[in-house]
Design a protein. Structure first.
Ligand SMILES: [Zn+2]
Lengths: 309, 324
């Protein structure tokens, strides 16, 4: 039962109906599973896992220590599989000397409608906060990348599937205001199943709200880099994630509007291998390029210099 | 609109069908017994039908409103355009991939003034429903819509979108051609259009598929339409892992026009004839036409720059959170 609840918490209350990588997580053996969960949910939990424990790659089965995996920015040293990581991990990887300042951390979700599905939304929020030690599915931070300022808004998949609700919308809006005010390039890292159903039309309207703000960012001629990671779906893909001056993605990330399960049910056919992966999107012209996490910092540096120079 | 016996009845409309049947029987009796006057009986029964329509309207559950929004006799986009406007010139194609039959559009005159009309179109019979893909547009539909909006902008004509969709089409080709990007682009560009934009949800307003033509200076809902992030059926399937909770989902989502207006997520509600738009196409179109003419006039008084600023600010206000 707890297992089932976990899945509902992490992967599903989202409009695209996708929970793509859960199958992989489920198939891992017990202790590897716990270990992977430690890595994939939140840093706070991760710190409970003692250093030096082993990790098995869900893609190729390669076994290495968590320390080794962390040093390799959570990318499998053997097959290049990109593990799902948290906002804390991204900030840590991207910013100079792992130094950053979090902004707007005081915003938390509100049960606007008194929404109840299998449990009340207000309870779901509290439980998720306790479990993940996160306030919502997005965190915003400023810092430097090789000496240049960057503001990053990054999603946490562990918080209700990285779902887009009022808090995420408002944090993006404020991050954009900050970027305009300080003329600082804006980066948004997406990792989300889509809009948060428990906020109903309020969550839908965040797509419009954020697009309006991006329009202001555009008028201010401040660059916007959208990094799409595994998975990015639904209302997130159908708004700001696809509106970057540069749309870039991590390798083999699943990205789409409708989730694979819904497409399969609609067309009653199996989907081809590689469908909706970053490489597929690049081929069809929707990404500027794919970036390996190990090269992310260098690429960002190059982008910032090119826009500045 | 269809007349009895070609009318279709939802389960909660069945009492009305019974009244119609009584009228038919009374008429038969009348033809057999020409000496007896049945007129008053028929008038009474007709009055009872109106009363019943009123009664139904007053006690609709959210799910019943969703059912009304999908009523097989409900007027669709082209019906409204034909009833409200003159000189409609339908335009086709996205100039790129193809023409999407689920998304229609063209210039027409409203009260003698040219405007661009765009909307999802549902089919009126089995064959037609497939042709229209049940009102589920592909990326080329959204790009066709944007092309027409740009055309309107170039010639300084206001834009009216009529929204009626169960969602953007979740197909393989749709993904290949960038369904997400197409909707995102429309939302973004609509925010910046220099001409007045009015969006009206006339039936189903499901998710990004609706919002893809749904960003405007004024967003209105017909009384018995719904608008939210997901259909009640899909919401039930995802949150409850069962198709059986759609009624409950419809309640929880608070997707009806009264709630949406109260939340200030839409700017107004356009009343429908008693019992729903399917009872009187002319009256439905007339109600909407009046509101559109008035709203366009209001919006045209505002400068384009100010309109865009106000449009962005309106959406920026949407959302609620706690802040410690
Ligand atoms: Zn591997």
């Amino acid at each position: 039962m707890a297992e089932k609840e976990d899945k509902i918490n992490e992967g599903s209350p989202i409009d695209s109906g996708t929970n793509s990588n859960n199958a992989q997580q489920d198939s891992t053996e017990g202790w590897f599973h716990r270990l992977r969960k430690g890595i994939l949910t939140s840093t706070a939990e991760k710190r409970d896992v003692p250093e030096g424990l082993w990790n098995k790659c869900p893609e190729c089965g390669y076994i290495c220590t968590t320390t080794e995996l962390k040093e390799n920015v959570y990318v499998c040293p053997k097959c290049n599989f990109h593990h799902r990581i948290s906002s804390e991990d991204y900030f840590d990887i991207i910013f100079d000397d792992h130094q950053f300042k979090e902004l707007f951390g005081e915003l938390t979700s509100k049960d606007i409608l008194g929404f109840t599905d299998t449990k009340p939304y207000s309870k779901r929020i509290k439980e998720t906060e306790a479990k993940t030690h996160l306030k919502d599915s997005m965190r915003v931070a400023t810092g430097k990348v090789k000496g240049n300022d960057l503001i990053i808004a990054c999603m946490d998949f562990a918080f209700i599937g990285g779902s887009l609700g009022s808090v995420m919308g408002e944090k993006i809006a404020r991050a954009i205001d900050h970027a305009i005010k300080h003329k600082t390039p804006f980066m948004l890292i997406s990792k989300s199943g889509g809009a948060r159903m428990m906020e109903s039309a309020f969550s839908l309207m965040q797509m419009a709200k954020t697009s309006g703000k991006l329009s202001q960012l555009s008028d201010a001629q401040v660059p916007y880099i959208s990094l799409l990671t595994d998975p990015t779906f639904g209302g997130v893909t159908a708004s700001f994630a696809m509106l970057g001056d540069l749309n870039i993605a991590e390798p083999a990330a699943l990205i789409g509007f409708a989730g694979p399960r819904i497409i399969k049910e609609t067309i009653r056919k199996d989907l081809p291998k590689g469908f909706q992966q970053s490489e597929f999107l690049l081929d069809h012209g929707f990404l500027d390029f794919i970036v390996d996490r190990k090269e992310l910092r260098d690429k960002l540096d190059q982008i910032i210099i090119l826009f500045k120079g | 609109m269809p007349q009895y016996p070609n009318r279709q009845f939802l389960d909660f409309e069945e009492p009305i069908r019974n009244l119609y049947e009584q009228i038919e029987q009374t008429k038969k009796l009348a033809s057999k017994n020409p000496k007896i006057d049945y007129d008053s009986t028929i008038t009474q029964l007709e009055g009872a039908i109106v009363e019943k329509r009123k009664d139904i309207t007053e006690h609709l559950t959210p799910w019943q409103r969703v059912q009304l929004s999908r009523h097989p006799d409900r007027p669709y986009t082209l019906k409204y355009i034909n009833k409200m406007t003159t000189n409609f010139l339908e335009l086709f194609g996205d100039r790129n991939v193809k023409d999407d039959k689920a998304m229609i559009g063209g210039f027409a005159q409203l009260d003698g003034h040219t405007a661009m009309f765009i909307g999802q179109q549902k089919g009126i019979n089995t064959k037609n429903r497939q042709l229209r893909n049940f009102g589920m547009a592909n990326p080329e539909g959204y790009r066709k819509a944007l092309r027409l909006m740009r055309l309107a902008e170039k010639f300084n004509k206001p834009i009216v979108t009529l929204i009626d969709t169960p969602g953007a089409y979740p197909g393989m080709e749709a993904e290949e051609r960038g369904q997400g990007e197409a909707i995102a682009r429309n939302i973004y560009e609509m925010m910046r259009l220099k001409v007045p934009v009015i969006c009206v949800i006339i039936g189903e307003g499901a998710s990004g598929g609706a919002l893809g033509i749904g960003v405007g200076d004024r967003v209105l809902m017909l009384e018995n339409s719904w608008y939210t992030v997901i259909s009640p059926e899909n919401c039930s399937s995802i949150l409850w892992r069962s198709w059986s909770m759609k009624e409950k989902a419809a309640e929880e989502l608070k997707l009806t026009s009264d709630y949406m207006s109260k939340f200030k997520l839409v700017d107004g509600v356009v009343p429908e004839p008693i019992g729903g738009a399917h009872w009187d196409y002319d009256a439905s179109a007339e109600n909407l036409k009046k509101v559109l003419i008035k709203t366009i006039k209001e919006l045209e008084k505002i400068s384009p720059e100010k309109r865009i600023t106000q449009r962005i600010e309106k959406f920026e206000k949407m959302g609620q959170w706690n802040e410690a």
